[in-house]
Design a protein around this ligand. Structure first.
Ligand code: UDP
Length: 408
């Protein structure tokens, strides 16, 4: 099956990292189209996955935009749709990986008559989406998508609650290659040394800086933790949330935590950094759609303490494969960190179980098999069939070169 993947972002967010793994087995018969350039393009190129940037400017409409902004973005949207229609003629299926990609993909699929799959990486709640955008996503998914892949049961439930068609949506968890989540002791020690934090009990927070990711909750918790507990914050403000990053630095100064909180920015060496940590905190204050970081920490055999909501509840069995605490509750988070610090044997056993479970439940091969099976069930339109529509074909000069012939 030849797949045209669409994603609005050039950044390396969770949805984009997930897509990279999904696209790998299709690298010789797919094209990933991005609506913005950025490090995601480079990551795809490194994996030899064909990629094309379709727009020069990011679409102005946001998750919380209403109708007015939506309509005013049409000028940007229509050329994108036209381009995707052209490209899609070379593919069997359009795979929209983000919400703006759904809008473009849905319109293009109606015109090019290619089936559409929507991978829903969000919880369609009013905390994250304007009522207009939520309605738009559900309507387009119901009308145009043959299948909706929800990133967790929580995402699936929110989709159905918002009016999404229950028969069309299937839970597809993020997949991981467990062999990539290994690190030797020497590398771990080197990282600790570089950070100058060998003697500390190190708590890691791995996430882009954004108010709903709740880095402030961990900073507040540090006040109630033993003196040697130190936190590293790995991640940057990817989507223009610099004001929040600034607030976090002010909070550190106000609480006198300069020696106990480090901001490392966006890092590509997440795995060794996780190994350097004694525990990983996941502090989202709104339900996390999936929580790749939780699964990654489990694969790195590190104890995870996560806010009890959304995907985290599906990933962690509390007291067996990790710990769950109420969202936004810094004191309970601090108690859980102090507990991990004191009960290191018990915590090690939990982390071992977590690794085994995550390696089985989220194994990339199993997830890719599930996706291939679901895609195979979608009836595809074959190129040879629509002879009667020959007169609708574009003149040859307008047909773009086949990206599959470009040696990808
Ligand atoms: N990540 C990364 N470098 C960083 C911070 C995060 O590579 O500096 C990765 C992290 O390992 C995870 C992804 O970004 O794979 C974030 O995914 P998640 O589902 O946790 O959150 P999202 O960004 O999708 O909301």
């Amino acid at each position: 099956m030849k797949i045209l993947f669409l994603d609005q972002s050039g950044q390396l967010g969770g949805a984009e990292l997930c897509l990279t793994e999904i696209a790998k087995p299709y690298r010789d018969r797919c094209l990933v189209c991005l609506f913005t350039d950025g490090p995601f393009r480079q990551a795809l190129e490194q994996e030899h996955i064909p990629v094309q940037i379709l727009a020069t400017q990011p679409l102005q409409v946001r998750k919380d935009s209403g109708w007015v902004q939506g309509i005013s973005s049409l000028r940007q949207l229509l050329p994108l749709v036209a381009r995707v229609v052209q490209l899609s003629r070379e593919f069997d299926l359009i795979y929209a990986n983000t919400q703006k990609a759904l809008v473009v993909g849905a319109l293009a699929s109606l015109i090019s008559r290619r089936p559409l799959v929507y991978h829903l990486h969000d919880i369609l709640s009013l905390e994250h989406f304007s009522p207009t955008n939520r309605q738009l996503a559900v309507t387009l998914a119901n009308r145009c998508a043959s299948r909706v892949f929800a990133t967790s049961e929580a995402a699936q439930a929110a989709f159905i609650q918002a009016g999404g068609c229950p028969e069309r949506v299937e839970v597809v968890y993020n997949g991981f290659d467990p062999t990539l989540y290994q690190c030797d002791r020497a590398q771990t020690e080197r990282i600790k040394q570089e950070l100058g934090l060998q003697s500390k009990f190190l708590v890691g927070h791995f996430s882009r800086l954004s108010p709903w990711k709740g880095q402030h909750v961990l900073l507040k918790a540090l006040q109630y933790c033993a003196e040697d507990v130190t936190a590293i914050f790995v991640g940057d403000a990817l989507y223009g949330e610099q004001a929040y990053a600034q607030e976090l630095h002010s909070q550190v100064a106000e609480l006198g935590l300069q020696e106990r909180a480090r901001f490392l920015g966006f890092r590509y060496d997440v795995v060794p950094l996780m190994y350097a940590c004694d525990a990983i905190a996941h502090t989202s204050i709104a339900p996390e759609p999936f929580g790749r970081v939780i699964a990654e920490a489990m694969l790195c055999e590190r104890p995870v303490i996560a806010a009890q909501a959304g995907g985290a509840v599906e990933l962690i069995e509390p007291g067996v494969t990790g710990l769950l605490v109420p969202p936004e509750d810094s004191e309970t988070l601090a108690s859980a960190i102090n507990f991990c610090r004191k009960q290191q044997e018990w915590v090690r056993a939990i982390a071992q179980k977590a690794k085994i479970q995550a390696s089985q439940r989220f194994h990339q091969n199993a997830i890719n098999r599930q996706i291939a099976h679901l895609l195979d069930q979608i009836p595809i339109h074959t190129q040879s069939k629509p002879k009667a529509r020959e007169h609708l074909k574009e003149p040859q000069s307008l047909i773009p070169p086949n990206p599959l012939n470009k040696g990808g």
